[in-house]
Design a protein. Structure first.
Ligand code: SF4
Ligand code: SF4
Length: 352
């Protein structure tokens, strides 16, 4: 994060807004990846993702713009389901978000071609999920196979995002081979590596046992010194070593509003939904923000307490704003962004 972005995000927090918005743009996905949290039973704490209402066409475009107008994020993450299922709507939305000065990232499996015109949209990043080398990836993520990805990223500038699972730790040199392979591709500008984050009590094979997790982090810290495209600063790896203890202590959960495909229901406590096991969190977005919060400025000034104070002021400002708004429109039911889905205060346990 650049200093200017940190300052802008900080101002948003002070004004009681959440700087980041994450939207599950559709409930549809042609893949069925093992360990996918979006289609997990507890993801939304009620209906399954495939059961919620979702939007198409003009309704979707207008719905997203309304959300953005209400919450005024600096950063919007478009996730799924599979966002490319709604590529027509996104081709209208993405330039509009860019014109508003919003940084947007679309996280996709690249199961279908990425529209060529997206390449020239300022402030847009396309992040392609590639989970391991071809045999493991293709087994997990067909029909979004290596063959299709290579075809669909032609002429694009993408970021590769890999979620490391236990399957990738059985052979020495596996991660190096992966980073080497994707570093050599001219279409790839950055490589991000997350660690699989389970739900509390989950027993799936994807989970990295503690020793394997430790070994992976140590290997990543070596690789990041060798491969320029691998973006894993030391502070971020330190958060993988010592993740936030709970959602109440997670900077990402408190500064990101995650919304599902009906554009109303919040995903709590963070984008994983359900009961994520923070002690095993390996989400790169969460670790990146936490690293900023743990940063120590010159003279030993810690960012964490500054954020904590700003967050509380922001919550106070937000309460005043909402009361004033309710007085102006007493008969109006909460619309998108109303009371029903504001962030819980830091001291309470978020609804599960
Ligand atoms: S592509 Fe994403 S949303 Fe679709 S099944 Fe895989 S992990 Fe889940
Ligand atoms: S699982 Fe990770 S992102 Fe979610 S609340 Fe816990 S630490 Fe934060």
């Amino acid at each position: 994060m650049k200093t200017g972005e940190v300052v802008r995000a900080w101002m948003r927090v002070l004004l009681g807004f959440t700087p980041s918005l994450s939207i599950e743009i559709t409930r549809e996905c042609p893949l069925s990846c093992p360990g996918c949290y979006a289609y997990g039973d507890d993801h939304l704490g009620g209906p399954l993702l495939r059961q919620v209402r979702d939007f198409k066409g003009q309704d979707l475009v207008e719905g997203v713009l309304r959300l953005v107008k209400t919450h005024r994020p600096l950063h919007v993450s478009i996730v799924g389901g599979e966002p490319l299922v709604r590529f027509r709507e996104l081709s209208i939305l993405l330039p509009l978000l860019s014109k508003q000065g919003i940084y947007t990232q679309v996280v996709t499996s690249a199961v279908r071609p990425i529209p060529k015109e997206w390449r020239d949209i300022p402030k847009l990043s396309v992040v392609v999920s590639i989970d391991g080398l071809q045999p493991e990836h293709d087994a997990r993520r067909k029909p979004a196979t290596y063959e299709r990805i290579l075809k669909h990223i032609e002429g694009q500038q993408i970021k590769v995002h890999c979620t490391i699972t236990r399957q990738m730790t059985s052979r020495e040199g596996y991660l190096r081979e992966f980073v080497q392979l994707w570093s050599s591709r001219p279409q790839v500008v950055k490589i991000w590596m997350s660690l699989f984050t389970p739900q509390v009590g989950e027993r799936s094979y994807e989970i990295l046992p503690p020793l394997a997790r430790q070994a992976v982090i140590e290997e990543l810290s070596v690789l990041q010194g060798e491969f320029a495209k691998l973006e894993l600063p030391k502070g971020l790896l330190d958060v993988y070593r010592r993740p936030p203890t709970s959602p109440e202590h997670c900077t990402f959960a408190r500064t990101t509003r995650s919304v599902t495909a009906d554009l109303q229901r919040r995903i709590l406590p963070c984008q994983f939904g359900g009961k994520p096991d923070c002690s095993q969190c390996g989400c790169i977005a969460s670790a990146g923000l936490e690293a900023v919060a743990r940063h120590v400025l010159p003279l030993g000034i810690r960012m964490g307490p500054i954020f904590e104070g700003s967050y509380r002021i922001g919550q106070f400002v937000d309460r005043i704003r909402r009361r004033a708004s309710a007085r102006r429109r007493p008969e109006t039911a909460p619309a998108v962004g109303g009371d029903a889905w504001n962030l819980p205060p830091a001291s309470t346990t978020p609804p599960q």
